[in-house]
Every structure is written in C-alpha cells, then in structure tokens.
Design a binder for this molecule. Sequence first.
Ligand code: NAP
Length: 280
Amino acid sequence: MSAQLIDGKAIAARMRARLAEARQTLGDRHVRLVSLQVGQNPAAAVYVRNQQRAATEVGILMEVVDLPKGTTQDQVVAEILQHSRRADVAGIIVQRPLPPTIDARSVQMAIDPRLDVEGMHPANMGAILYREPMFPPCTAAAAEHLILATGIDLRGAETVVVGHSEIVGKPIAILLLHRLSTVTVCHVGTRNLGDHTRQADILVVAVGKPGLVRGDMVKPGAVVIDIGINQLVDGSLVGDCEHSSVAAVAGHLTPVPGGVGPVTVAMLLRNTLRAAGADI
Ligand code: NAP
C-alpha cells in the first residue's frame, strides 16, 4: 500500500480563499495582526514570512515587531500591553523560540484572551474542555481539520496522540475526544510506543524527533498526521515519521513540509478574523 498524501498546501489555499471572502464582510477597516519576536532566528524568519504572505492574501495586515536580542520579559510584556490598546489590532502573537531569559507562558498570559489568536492563553485552552473555545490552538485545529479532510469517521476510531505538550498534544487529544474517538496519549513515560501506535486508526505525532515512528509501528491503512518539524544537518525539513516506511503502510499521511504547517497558518488567520468580528 502507498499512502495518499494529505495536501496541506492545497487545503490551506482553499481555506484562505474562504477567509478572504469573510474578510470582505468586515468592510474597509484595518484588521491588524501584531507579531512580536525577540532576536533573530533564521527558522522563525521563514515562518514569519510565510505567515505574512498568507495574511496579505486574506486581507489582514501583519505587523512584524522585531525586538532586540537583549529585550527583557518585562519589556516584552509592556510591548504587548501597548499594542493591546490599539483599536485596529485584532490579534497578537509571540513568535518562538524566545530567549531562555524569557518565560513563554508568562508572556502569553499578558495577551488579552480576546486577542490571543494562537489560542494559547489558559482561558482559551480551558474553554476547549467545555467545547467553546473562542480561538482553538492553531496546530491542534489544523490537525483536526486534516483528519476530517480524509473523510474518516472519528466516532469510535482508535486515536493515538504521541506527545503531550500543552500547545499541541494535549489540545489535539481533547478536540478528538469531543468527536468521540477513543484517544490514547503517549509520552516519554510510555513503555512500548509501538504497541500503542499499531492500534491506531488515526495516529498524530507531535514530538520533534525525526524517525520516531517507523512503518512497522503503523496500522495498515491508518491516517497519520505528522506534526513534527525537524531540521536536519543538510538544512532539509523532516517530520517525526520515517516518511518512506510509514507511507508504505499508512492509508493517508501528511508530508513535511506541506502538511500541517500551512493549515496551522490558515487557522491563525481564521482566528484573527474571528477576533475582528467575522462570522467564520
Ligand atoms: P514540545 O513542547 O517539545 O513537546 C514534545 C512532546 O513530546 C512532549 O510532550 C514530550 O514529553 C514528548 N516526547 C518526547 N520524547 C518522546 C518520546 N520518545 N516518545 C513519546 N513522546 C515524547 O514540542 P511541541 O511544541 O509540542 O511540538 C512538537 C513538534 O511539532 C515539534 O517538532 C514542533 O516543531 C512541531 N510543531 C509543528 C507545528 C506545525 O505547524 N506544523 C506547530 C507546532 C509545533 P515530555 O514533555 O514529557 O518530555
């Protein structure tokens, strides 16, 4: 069997077209997304450029604020508060990685939940449990969207999420639980990862370790969502799944790059339009 690749680029392009239509309903006023970053990071710079291009396509002004390397946590928080007071700012995001002197969670907490378009503030995270998130976390929402795009029936499906981070693994598990799939979450304490992953009709991998999941760990025909992004020494990007062996067994597989990433950006823009008042 050779897996059908889930074309995240094409799915994201369709989403952006719908978002551009929703943007029109807001009229001529500016919809601004402020992106803060501290210090220069080449990988983040590529990501920010992609976000900016997508935002422009949809009709959102993405304002990139580059703070110098030595910026303190208090200064980042002050910057967030200053942008929060601007009437045309619909959303604020803080790019990662942050320097080790800055606590990402404290900074995220300084963003008003109504401007937290990444969906990472505890208020938005907590709302997921009640099925009423204002802004679902973008990567989790993207993973759910890509799974639904395959047409698989989630109700009763065995789902395994590998990785239990607050911003990716845990919210994905909750979103898929709401769809009545039977969710198992694996992590560093999991004794034999393959014993779990081989049971999965839907396998979501979000760890950041290339080659963690191989074809012999995948159930034939499974839907595999590879969220990991790892840069190899030659500069190429790979996911957490060993692509060739997993593609030989899975029914559907997201490529890296071109899978979850572009849809994550589209979710960010959707959240920004929602923050600006669009009904989407
Ligand atoms: P993270 O905060 O480092 O979390 C990684 C998770 O994997 C942790 O829960 C960790 O457990 C767990 N883990 C570590 N080793 C493991 C193992 N051997 N087996 C099972 N679980 C293990 O990373 P993240 O922010 O969730 O991101 C995960 C990956 O997704 C990264 O590669 C990141 O670049 C990528 N990502 C992609 C997108 C996108 O748009 N495509 C967006 C966000 C993130 P412990 O905490 O207990 O160690």
